[in-house]
Ligand binder design. Structure first.
Ligand code: PGA
Ligand code: ZN
Length: 425
């Protein structure tokens, strides 16, 4: 039995240049490393990321989280069997003592948890996707939803809506899906470029378009899809959107401010339903604010049988919130972000619970990433069926897409394709 012999942590910088936590776990049989990602459009119900405050790095340093790993969490896990991920994660959460991991920081706890997963794979001399998989084995290559146009909190300008994405639902393999998206992204760049400069990109590598509203962004996307030789259609190149509505909802006025418009709940539901009617939109993430349960259930009643309704801020990869959403039929798909959950085991349980309820899980990156590619292995290992990484640009995104290309070469699990989408597509 391979045991953990030491745990180290240090501060590194992520794709926004902000500090984040990297952890290395050593066993008698190798080691594992994991680097924690960070969101910008974070939800209120996520496990809490710990930042130092003060002047260093504008308050965004993570030295306290690093110290929490080396001083408090390392002694908790040292000596434990590295394959006991669930037991280790439980001990980490118990030692923190809070549900949202706010005492030590979810960035400290997940850092250790993720590095343990890698160390266990290394000790067994197996790839991570295999070592994470249940006894039945790893799943299919996930269908990617890929950011083409960005706005919201991820872009200095652009639309209020955070991501306009394409879903290569007509592709038959994962490599073909990437080729399709590459062609669409290139065509979108040609439409946006002013002839002199390449178009600016946002945090996840999507272009920042000067469009007056969502309809214009969808039209631009449809044009790019056609320019690339595909059809904007649910079974060829479909659309997805991450509205990230929490971030333009004003709780004091109970109103959504979308571009120049002020919409009440009904109008917001109508608007989203109209996008689903007018465009080949197959997935809608966070169409309403994180605590607007009324709005979510109304929208689910209207369009939940024909579109994927994907909870990100709504669910925050939290088992209780997922349970409530399943009971209320408030959505039909769950975004899985390990750092919202705070441990690999919690993320896994949320994913498995979503699957058991007939919901579709979508494993997701954060807007602040590094070249850590753990989520690629997680998506295949647990047969999520879908993955959301950002655009086909910037090395912190490509690290995951490329890891999936490597897995696709090594392992013949098929491609999840359009059938992975919830909502009857
Ligand atoms: P975030 O964005 O990492 O900034 O939260 C990703 C998302 O909203 O899906
Ligand atoms: Zn989101």
């Amino acid at each position: 039995m391979t045991r953990i012999v030491s745990v180290e942590a240090w501060e590194v910088l992520d794709s926004r240049g902000d500090p984040t936590v990297r952890v290395r776990v050593d066993t008698g049989d190798g080691n594992g490393r994991f680097t924690v990602p960070a969101g910008a459009s974070t939800g209120a119900h996520e496990a809490v990321e710990r930042r130092d405050g003060g002047d260093r790095y504008g308050g965004r340093g993570v030295r306290e989280a690093v110290a929490a790993v080396t001083e408090e969490l390392a002694p908790v896990v040292t000596g434990r069997p590295v394959t006991d991920q669930a037991g280790i994660d439980e001990a980490l959460v118990d030692h923190d003592g809070t549900d949202d991991l706010s005492r030590l920081g979810a960035n400290a706890v997940l850092g250790v948890s993720g590095a343990v997963a890698h160390a266990a794979a290394d000790a067994a001399d197996r790839p991570l996707y295999e070592s994470l998989a249940p006894e039945s084995g790893p799943g299919a290559m996930p269908l990617p939803m890929v950011n083409i146009l960005s706005g919201g909190l991820h872009a200095a300008a652009g639309p209020s809506i955070q991501d306009f994405l394409v879903v290569p639902a007509g592709a038959e393999t994962y490599p073909e899906a990437l080729e399709t998206v590459w062609a669409v992204r290139r065509a979108a760049a040609d439409r946006i470029a002013d002839g002199e400069h390449p178009p600016p990109v946002a945090d996840e590598g999507g272009f920042i378009p000067a469009v007056p509203d969502a309809a214009a962004a969808f039209d631009l996307l449809a044009g790019a899809v056609r320019d690339a030789g595909f059809e904007p259609a649910p079974d060829d190149v479909a659309f997805a959107v991450d509205v990230a509505a929490t971030h333009f909802y004003d709780p004091a006025r109970d109103r959504y401010t979308l571009g120049g418009e002020t919409l009440d709940r009904e109008a917001m539901v109508d608007r989203v339903a109209r996008w689903v009617d007018d465009y080949p939109v197959v997935s809608v993430e966070d169409p309403l604010a994180e605590d607007d349960w009324t709005g979510w259930t109304r929208l689910a009643d209207r369009v939940g049988d024909r579109v994927q309704l994907l909870g990100d801020d709504l669910l925050a990869t939290n088992p209780d919130r997922l349970g409530r959403a399943i009971d209320a039929s408030a959505a039909n798909a769950a975004l899985i972000k390990p750092n919202q959950a705070g441990t690999m085991t919690r993320a896994r349980r949320v994913l498995e619970r979503a699957q058991a309820a007939g919901w579709s899980p979508v494993v997701s990156a954060r807007s602040g990433e590094t070249c850590d590619a753990t989520i690629a292995d997680l998506a295949v290992g647990l047969d999520a069926g879908q993955i959301k990484i950002g655009s086909l640009a910037r090395s912190e995104r490509l690290a995951k897409y490329n890891r999936l290309l490597g897995i696709d070469r090594a392992y013949d699990g098929g491609f999840a394709g359009g059938e992975a989408l919830a909502g009857g597509w």
